[in-house]
Design a protein around this ligand. Sequence first.
Ligand code: FAD
Length: 521
Amino acid sequence: MNKPTVPDDANLPAPGIADPAAVVPPQVFRLVVEQAALAISITDAHANILYANPTFERVTGYSRAEVIGHNESILSYRVTPKIVYETLWAQLKRQRPWNGLLVNRRKDGSRYLADLTITPVLDADGQTTHYLGMHRDVTEMHRLERQVQNHKALIESVVDAAQVAIVLLDENEHVLLDNQEYKKLIGDLGKEPAATLMAALRTQIGPGFDNARASRRGLSNREVLIEQPHRPPRWFSCSISWFEEQDVSADAFYEPARRHYLLLTIQDISELKRQQEAIRINALHALLAEQERIQGLREALAGAVYQLEGPLNMLEAAVKMLERRKESPGDDPLATVLDDAVRNGRETLETLRASIPYDAGELVQPVDLNTVLHDLLKLSTPTLLAAGVVVDWQPAARLPAIQGRATQLSTLFKQLLDNAVEALYESRSGQRDMRVSTLDCGDHVEVVIEDSGPGVPEEWRYKVFEPFFTTKGADQHHLGMGLAIAQEIVARHGGTLDIDASYQPGCRMRVQLPCPRGEPS
Ligand code: FAD
């Protein structure tokens, strides 16, 4: 392309800049203004209109003939504050362009919002001779902007008034927006509750969390426990939903890009959980008391049967000996009496056996051993406090549920905990420590109960699991059936119960229960 030639004239633009008139014929400038899509007017130095283009006529409703000679104030609706005009004129007086919004009135009286730019036109002496005004009707754009602002304000006030904490996070989990309830949580949980809760959700849900995140799948009502030192634990119900937004930057105008946001709603359910726990523990208390009563009855009757079996067997042997000695045993009145006694004894034994309470079958269902042990420890708190036992409760952070019978498992662990407390109570010296822990071992879960009591001597390591074996002398409370029953419950669940011989001083009971592995949720 040829470069435009620059005439050698002092009045022409600076060197290097082509004289527009030499490149574009002067009449083209007029046509440009005439045909421009902007409302253009040219005034004298007092804002009296000298020229208006067809778009000006269309926007204002005035014909050229009607406005020429009039001041631009003909368009003023008189609601624009005086200060706006003062600023406008102060700027023009400094020979600087001004841009702003004015409320204008059309010829028909209707109003519109004008986005106006006024540029002073200077002569060769630097004097303002004219003004160039260019404006467009931005009423609709303003309406939309205000509407968006109104919606935003409405959403913000609704979100703020919500009784649950709401927080909006970007893809990097940085907080973009929050509400009053969330701000309250900052006081309770530290400077970024969202980060704490997201981390807890990740730990609780495991790989399922990142899968849900990758597929932008929402999560609803996930309960999360937040433990804090020297404070009661807090429970929150969390829901996550995703939404995407079109990128509004200029770069994304022709190549739309999306941004993803995560909306986290958090409801404090600590009080509800406390109530549920109290109800659960009361129910467990009643259930275990009933179990204990039935168990006591069962043990007493089984013990009586066991005790009666011996003498009855001896009696039976005596009858048989007498029968062998006599030729016609029916004639011996003693043999007849003994025979009757044995028969009656057998009948009594059968009656006793039949009155042993039946162990009603219980439904097999997923059981969370952490909850079972937690509830039992809670239930035993008064006993533990009275015995001065210091409990170290170490539950596994994530323990899979086992398939089992909840009441039987509660009975099992209650027995082991009671044994530990009793052993500690017996040890008159030293500190009374108890440690209860759970462990996820893949195909099984392990529960370990340790106490710093006298321990179980090596020679009794297996004997203690036998029925009616007791180291405490048989009395009303110690029939020696506790560990036998515990062993039976563990066996019914396909697990093992043993005493760790290497643990000293004290006793370490180890329960292993199989655990079917499902897909992580
Ligand atoms: P005015 O009495 O006109 O002026 C109000 C104040 O402005 C005065 O107190 C004074 O301080 C200052 N002022 C006014 N005229 C001058 C002047 N010539 N020199 C110095 N200071 C002055 N107004 C609109 O409402 N809508 C428009 O679309 C519009 N377009 C304009 C386009 C151009 C090119 C120019 C130059 C001005 C335009 N104006 C427009 C401004 C208009 O001229 C009036 O100043 C304004 O409408 C206020 O009018 P008024 O009668 O209320 O007050």
